[in-house]
Unconditional design. Structure first.
Length: 143
């Protein structure tokens, strides 16, 4: 069963920097770190971010994947977590529900929210995913 990487976007793929047209832009340095983690673990990507509401509101998953791939993501988005609120406790519950519905595969969550007791890496919301976060993630995923 492949490993699942659950990922937020704001605070993981950016440092919450606002773009002049509204919203946060995806940073290449953060995306390179995510690509490295996905490559090293041969994992599938599941989005936990509030951006997932675009899928629940009708945007096809391939179109959402294309948006991230157009910024440099080197794989498709496998899935998104269920709809619902976006607080830390909500996100923990949504990840747990997704895992249960998919036979509890090995996983790791990336977020700038504290997600303990889940197996997770908490990123710095000002910098997003950094190489030291990837190193810590790889250690957590070791058998």
């Amino acid at each position: 069963m492949p490993t699942i990487i659950f990922s937020d976007i704001d605070g993981v793929l950016n440092g919450h920097e606002w773009c002049h047209v509204g919203g946060c832009r995806i940073r290449q340095d953060c995306l390179l770190c995510l690509n490295h983690l996905l490559y090293r673990t041969n994992a599938r990507l599941v989005i936990t971010s509030s951006w997932r509401h675009k899928i629940h509101n009708g945007l096809p998953l391939p179109a959402f994947s294309w948006v991230l791939r157009s910024h440099g993501l080197e794989t498709n988005v496998h899935d998104v977590t269920p709809p619902g609120p976006d607080g830390p406790e909500d996100r923990r519950n949504q990840i747990a529900a997704w895992l249960q519905a998919h036979d509890n595969p090995p996983y790791l969550a990336l977020d700038d929210f504290p997600l303990l007791p889940l197996r997770s890496i908490r990123t710095n919301p000002s910098t997003g995913l950094r190489p030291h976060d990837v190193s810590a993630a790889l250690k957590l995923l070791e058998p």
